[in-house]
Design a protein. Structure first.
Length: 189
C-alpha cells in the first residue's frame, strides 16, 4: 500500500501565525500510512492572470504549487479570517490550482478546511468562502473533516496547538477522515 500524501496550505504568511502553528500540529497528527507537508512559498506566487498562465511559461512559483498539489492525494487548507473572508494569498493559490478549468491540480482532490479567528465567530465566513472557492475550483469537499476555532488568540497565544490535547484530538480526527477520503476509504466525502 502506498503512502497517502496530504499538502497543507496555510492562509497566513506570518511564520509564527496561529494558522501555521495549527497546520504544524495537524501535520504531526497524521495517521499511519499518511504524510502531510506544509506547502512553502505561497506568498511568492503572482496574482492569477490568464495572460501569464500560458503552457510552457507559467511562473515557477505557480507551477511548483500546481505540481505539489497534483502529486498529492488530498489537501488541508488552514485559514484565518481577514476582514470577514479568506486571505488574498489563499484565494490566489486556489485560483492557480483551478486552472485549466475542469482539469486543474485541485480537480477531484479531497479537501478539508480548518478555520479560526480571534472572534467567537470562529472564522466561519472565511471558512464558507474557502469551501465555496475550493468547490467551484473543482475540489471535493470533505465536510466531516472541517474544524472551526473561536477565540484562538486566547487559546493558542501562550502555547503551541500541539500542547493542547483537545485540539490535537480534533486535528487527529480530521486528518484521519481526510486521509480516508484521499485513499478512497471514505466513499461519501
Amino acid at each position: 500500500m502506498s503512502q497517502t500524501r496530504i499538502v497543507v496550505l496555510v492562509g497566513s504568511l506570518r511564520q509564527a501565525s496561529i494558522s501555521r502553528r495549527l497546520a504544524e500540529a495537524a501535520a504531526a497528527t497524521v495517521p499511519a500510512g499518511t504524510e502531510a507537508t506544509l506547502y512553502e512559498g505561497i506568498g511568492e506566487i503572482p496574482f492569477y492572470n490568464e495572460d501569464i498562465d500560458v503552457e510552457g511559461s507559467v511562473p515557477a512559483a505557480a507551477q511548483a504549487l500546481r505540481d505539489a498539489v497534483a502529486a498529492s492525494d488530498g489537501l488541508l487548507v488552514v485559514t484565518p479570517e481577514y476582514n470577514g473572508t479568506l486571505p488574498a494569498v489563499l484565494k490566489n493559490a486556489i485560483d492557480w490550482l483551478s486552472r485549466p478549468y475542469g482539469a486543474g491540480a485541485i480537480s477531484a482532490k479531497p479537501v478539508a478546511v480548518v478555520s479560526g479567528s480571534i472572534s467567537p465567530n470562529a472564522a466561519k465566513w472565511a471558512h464558507a468562502d474557502t469551501v465555496k472557492s475550493v468547490g467551484i475550483a473543482g475540489g471535493r469537499i470533505v465536510e466531516e473533516a472541517h474544524l472551526h476555532y473561536a477565540a484562538w488568540g486566547e487559546r493558542f497565544v501562550a502555547s503551541h496547538p500541539s500542547e493542547d490535547s483537545e485540539a490535537l484530538g480534533e486535528l487527529t480526527g480530521a486528518l484521519k477522515v481526510l486521509a480516508d477520503a484521499a485513499s478512497g476509504e471514505l466513499v461519501d466525502a
